[in-house]
Design a protein around this ligand. Structure first.
Ligand code: IPE
Ligand code: IPE
Ligand code: MG
Length: 248
């Protein structure tokens, strides 16, 4: 689908969508395939979703690709995922750059294979000034680690006498997160019937609308995304207030 479906209100399109891409393994297993086949298909799904977001006027998409806990999976699966990330970046970069996609990678990237880190750095610098859509992929990402790292950085500034404890406020904390200077997600979608955050953007999603679907990630297509947006557009985002957000 290239243009916005007519039953969606262009005024109420979320600016930033976050996705927890879950269910790749079950998708593959249910077809008698190895789990990695699910990851391969899942990467295609992400590519399609990015295009869909761009076509429908969504300004940012953040995808959870690998958590700090995912290292506990079988080594073959972890290795495959690292290779897949690297291959995807290498293969898709030129096209994404041409389409105006700005790529960011968030997480503790320093623990990733060095060839992958190089590819990531290259993708980020190359696309830094692109404006069409901001595409962020979370790899070796964990919210608790992110917040802990921010605390440590702030503590160091205080210790060095560069910051007084009274000057620590929410916006300062935010500046020390991986997502500094990016607005919080408006809508979070998790596939595969799991209803939890699994350590994803805990700080950032304080007021994000949540959408859970039974669909497994590799099957999450434009129609499924359309359904998620319809649900989002029916929500009343109050942010703790009484007035409705959308009718203001
Ligand atoms: C999500 O799919 C992808 C990653 C976590 C890397 P899973 O691999 O978690 O798939 P299930 O949940 O086992 O089906
Ligand atoms: C969350 O999925 C992480 C990613 C999608 C990258 P998991 O499959 O790892 O989460 P749990 O283990 O079901 O909570
Ligand atoms: Mg899973």
């Amino acid at each position: 689908m290239t243009s916005l479906p007519p039953d969606l209100d262009p005024q109420k399109i979320p600016q930033h969508v976050a996705v927890i891409m879950d269910g790749n393994g079950r998708w593959a297993t249910s077809r008698g395939l190895p789990r990695i086949a699910g990851h391969r298909q899942g990467a295609r799904t992400l590519k399609e979703l990015l295009r869909c977001c761009k076509n429908w006027g969504i300004k940012a998409l953040t995808a959870y690709a690998f958590s700090t806990e995912n290292w506990q999976r079988p080594i073959e699966e972890v290795d495959f995922l690292m290779l897949l990330f690297e291959r995807m970046l290498r293969r898709e970069l030129a096209q994404m750059h041409q389409e105006g996609v700005r790529i960011s990678l968030i997480g503790d990237l320093s623990a990733l294979p060095s060839s992958l880190q190089t590819e990531m750095e290259h993708s980020m610098t190359e696309t830094l000034n692109n404006q069409a859509i901001h595409f962020t992929v979370a790899v070796n990402y964990g919210s608790r680690k992110e917040i802990t790292t921010a605390c440590r950085q702030i503590a160091q500034l205080v210790q060095q006498g560069k910051l007084s404890p009274e000057a620590i406020n929410e916006s300062l904390v935010e500046k020390h997160l991986y997502t500094a200077d990016t607005p919080a997600p408006d809508l979070m979608i998790r596939t595969s019937a799991e209803m939890r955050l699994s350590n994803f953007l805990l700080w950032q999603m304080a007021y994000t609308e949540m959408y859970f679907t039974d669909i497994l990630w590799p099957d999450f297509d434009a129609d499924a995304f359309h359904q998620a947006l319809l649900s989002y557009q029916k929500r009343d985002r109050r942010f703790g207030q009484v007035k409705t957000f959308f009718s203001a």
